[in-house]
Design a protein around this ligand. Sequence first.
Ligand code: PRT
Ligand code: MG
Length: 220
Amino acid sequence: MMSDTITLALSKGRIFDETLPLLQAAGIEVTEDPEKSRKLILSTNQPGVKVVLVRATDVPTYVQYGGADMGVAGKDVLLEHGGEGLYQPLDLNIARCRMSVATQAGFDYAGKAQQGARIRVATKYPAIAREHFAHKGVHVDIIKLYGSMELAPLTGLADAIVDLVSTGNTLRANHLVEVEKVMDISSRLVVNQAALKLKTEKVRHLIDTFAKASSQEENE
Ligand code: PRT
Ligand code: MG
């Protein structure tokens, strides 16, 4: 990417939508609607700022290798990626939800997830799940899934799932209950280490503006 341009990696959907007000606070207006166009590189009203659209799980990778100078990624995604080569200056407090353990309503989670016991957990988040159960001293067989995790306890594939919960509607619709919160989740700003050195002024300005804009929202 051109060295006088700042590229920001965002994923379509809630992260894009909730980052827009932060960009606006920095005077940046994205001039194309990602839901109406197939373009993956979006211009803004500022010639020196571009947005690239990538899958949520690819944001850390783009920023790590300099495919983008900055990005916005969920704590879930960052913990699974490992955060290597990323400067993480700011919790933006957007796209909030929680990581939780869920089971079928009749499952005796408290009884089964005891120290020294063994349970089967299906999840898209193996690193987070592994760390959670290791901390509790529970042996865990992790089954990695890429979607429709709610099916796993219903079909007998696993005793429990570890997944993101927001309203709880998805769990309720599938007769699952949230039995334990693993952690609160929000999205963070991530910055490429080289961009921080080579484009210090522009990067710092954006970090400062986002910091003010996101804490203002928090205080409202
Ligand atoms: O959807 P896609 O496969 O394209 O990619 P993605 O799921 O990785 O992206 P996206 O945009 O859905 O999520 C991006 C980030 O938003 C995640 O990494 C989280 O940090 C954050 N976030 C906040 C959420 C949610 N809330 C959320 N509710 N991500 C996913 N969900 C899903 C959850 O997995 C579950 O299927 O929504 C469902 C639960 O919602 P409720 O409201 O029914 O409880
Ligand atoms: Mg999704």
